[in-house]
Design a protein around this ligand. Structure first.
Ligand code: GUN
Ligand code: ZN
Length: 448
């Protein structure tokens, strides 16, 4: 397979930006290039330097004047809720019971699970997202469908079967032992296969008995290199219900702490109504609070207090939370993040937004050596962004005078139309949807 030289305006972050003028936080090459060798990045820099390094036989993908960035990372969403987006009228618990617990029952059927998993991956790719952390349904079949679809596209994906043994319909409940055994079997089958990583996924304290939480503890202790994902403090009725089920816990966060579920690989969706004590526990354990702005607005859940997370030293990441989240687009997600923070008097600079979607989220997953930035040795997961994809954007861009302004236009006005191309391990995917090729299979083997 020949090497590939991706030419365009290359932008990649090296650390978290401190303000709108923090040019030291990123590298930007106006006429830049990324060299891809065997699915990995072999060089990043000015086109003239990298073209010399590449030699004559290299294939060139000229994306000028578009931007070349690391693929976006989405740290929390639900693949079985792909067709539950835009379900009307309810807040969290009513929404789960009315819509989600009905929809997720369909995923017992492997054909349905496979169909949605394929469409889900293609939707992520269309939006420039190359890695995501997803909940599957309670059915092991849904996990097989999820990782099979990811493997066909060679995407680095993280996911797991939800464990839930109470407060859900019969058809969606496992038992503590069944949840343990199915999870264990799925970890054995998928974790570390190609680019797949497993996330142990007790849905939330409301749908797991203490016996199931004990199984969660055992699974995490036995597989410390897996992730853990669950939900925390999203909605006031949820908090009252969860804490009533675990009266011995100091607060909602303490429920998960008591079962040994908090650590650097733990992703906690939402974390909206948190005391300082709870955020400090996340800081001490390294657990990550996941900010899901479109979901939090859609369900009327509340506003994520990023500045308090920063002040108390707790890690956080950002995510769509489809299907309570209303879009697969990380650009649209950052648009809403900006507004959620603005309502609280907090600022989100466009540099920081683009850092969060890429290197910031990679750091939240402890995967920054592989994804989230364009550096030699990283996986070649890359998004090409067109800041003039819509007429209104074209017009707005006529008066944009800086890179930061362009990024703000992209996040405020952009969506999947701005994703001109997306590369997964060096192969273009946006216009080659749903057709696994021999190339892709070979690349998967090389990266494994
Ligand atoms: N809490 C428990 N399950 C869910 C879910 O599927 N979506 C959201 N937004 N919150 C949850
Ligand atoms: Zn969620």
């Amino acid at each position: 397979m020949s090497d590939l030289l991706i030419r365009g305006r290359v932008l990649t972050f090296v650390r978290e930006p401190e303000g709108i003028d923090d040019t030291g936080a990123y590298r930007y090459y106006e006429d830049g290039a990324v060299l891809v060798v065997n699915g990995k990045i072999g060089g990043v820099g000015s086109y003239s330097d990298i073209a010399k390094q590449a030699g004559e036989r290299v294939q060139i993908a000229d994306h000028r004047p578009n931007l070349v960035l690391p693929g976006f990372i989405d740290t929390h969403l639900h693949f079985p809720q792909t067709q539950a987006i835009a379900s009307y009228g309810a807040q969290l618990l009513e929404w789960l019971n009315t819509y989600v617990f009905v929809e997720e029952q369909k995923f017992k059927e492997p054909q349905h699970a496979a169909f949605i998993a394929g469409r889900f991956m293609d939707e992520l790719l269309s939006n420039g997202t190359t890695t995501a952390v997803a909940y599957c349904s309670v059915h092991p079949e849904s996990v097989d469908a999820f990782f099979t679809a990811a493997e066909e596209r060679n995407m680095l994906m993280i996911g797991g079967k939800v464990m839930m043994d109470r407060n859900a319909p019969d058809a969606l409940r496992d038992t503590p032992m069944q949840g343990y055994e199915e999870t264990k079997q799925l970890i054995g089958k998928w974790h570390g296969r190609g680019r797949a990583h497993y996330a142990i996924s007790p849905r939330f304290a409301i749908t797991s008995t203490p016996e199931q939480m004990e199984m969660g503890r055992a699974l995490f202790a036995e597989h410390p290199d897996c992730y853990v994902q669950t939900h925390l403090s999203e909605n006031k009725d949820e908090i009252a219900f969860a804490t009533s089920l675990y009266p011995e816990a100091k607060d909602y966060t303490d429920i998960y702490a008591r079962y040994g579920l908090l650590g650097r690989r733990t992703l906690l969706g939402h974390c909206i109504h948190m005391s300082d004590r709870e955020i400090s526990v996340l800081a001490e354990t390294g657990a990550v609070g996941v900010f899901c702005p479109t979901s939090n607005l859609f369900l009327g859940s509340g506003l994520f207090d990023r500045d308090r997370f920063d002040k108390l030293g707790a890690r956080h990441s950002v995510a769509t939370d489809v299907g309570a989240g209303t879009s697969f687009s990380m650009l649209e997600t950052m648009d809403e993040a900006y507004k959620v923070l603005h309502l609280q008097g907090q600022r989100l600079s466009p540099l920081r937004s683009f850092y969060m979607m890429t290197l910031g989220n990679a750091r939240g997953l402890d995967l920054e050596h592989r994804i989230g930035s364009l550096h030699v040795g990283a996986d070649a997961d890359i998004v090409i962004l067109d800041s003039r994809a819509k007429p209104a954007m074209q017009l707005r861009m006529q008066v944009a005078s800086s890179l930061a302004e362009e990024l703000f236009v992209l996040q405020t006005m952009g969506d999947d139309r701005c994703v001109a191309e997306v590369y997964v391990a060096g192969l273009p995917m946006k216009h080659r949807r749903s057709e696994p090729t021999q190339d892709r299979a070979a690349r998967a083997a090389e990266l494994a």
